[in-house]
Design a protein around this ligand. Structure first.
Ligand SMILES: CC(C)(COP(=O)(O)OP(=O)(O)OC[C@H]1O[C@@H](n2cnc3c(N)ncnc32)[C@H](O)[C@@H]1OP(=O)(O)O)[C@@H](O)C(=O)NCCC(=O)NCCS
Length: 183
């Protein structure tokens, strides 16, 4: 059986979002996506030009990700273009194989269309189906209300706060730790 069965989601405005696992062949489009999305908010751990991964490294990363049972890289595709991504990796050792952290983003022109909700829901369904993943964590900028509203809506709870967890434009930013148990 495929690790992740692609799913097509009808958005509230009628758009059609395809959610599928990323493959090494997506490497180039993914690097272009990351470059674009990094300039659309200050909420990610990298700004424009700061991702610092070559195409060969990205392709190798995607290949390894495909092989993992407790990690996944999902793409949200709109009209053939990457509109959103979500990546997650749990630990490599037995005691931490059930728990990991994810990060996600949606291209700014497509915010508030329900894409973030659809992608996160598909990811949480997959977590449940793996039977391995029992806890999902994330870190979000303490002032990123929009993302926190999405995570709370999907059942995540605040578990802590880290001071000076990011440095953006020279200023320190706190992050909030959120988590959801998968049963
Ligand atoms: C955060 C992000 C992923 C949300 O994606 P999205 O596709 O816009 O999310 P959705 O349209 O599914 O909206 C999800 C929820 O966010 C909240 N939300 C959306 N737009 C909002 C707005 N303008 N103001 C406040 N809350 C808002 C709502 O609770 C919404 O749920 P609802 O539609 O049921 O009311 C997206 O804005 C993004 O990529 N931002 C930049 C990068 C980022 O912040 N990533 C997260 C890092 S932790």
């Amino acid at each position: 059986m495929a690790k992740f069965q692609p799913v097509s989601v009808k958005l509230k405005d009628g758009g059609e979002l395809l959610i599928r696992e990323a493959a090494p062949e997506d490497g180039e489009a993914l690097l272009e996506y990351l470059d674009a999305v990094s300039g659309e908010s200050d909420n990610l751990t990298f700004g424009p030009g700061e991702f610092g991964i070559t195409l060969a490294e990205e392709q190798e990363y995607l290949r390894k990700m495909q092989e993992r049972k407790n990690g996944i890289y999902l793409l949200g595709i709109l009209d053939g273009e990457i509109a959103a991504t979500l990546s997650f990796a749990a630990g490599g050792r037995p005691r931490i194989a059930h728990v990991g952290e994810f990060g996600m983003s949606v291209r700014q022109p497509h915010w508030h269309r329900g894409i973030g909700t659809a992608l996160l829901s598909a990811f949480l369904d997959w977590c449940h189906e793996t039977g391995i993943i029992r806890k999902v964590n994330l870190r979000v900028r303490a002032d990123n209300q929009r993302a926190m509203a999405l995570y709370e809506k999907c059942g995540f709870k605040v578990e802590g706060r880290m001071s000076r967890d990011m440095r953006v434009h020279g200023g320190f930013v706190d992050t909030v730790l959120m988590g959801k148990e998968i049963d």
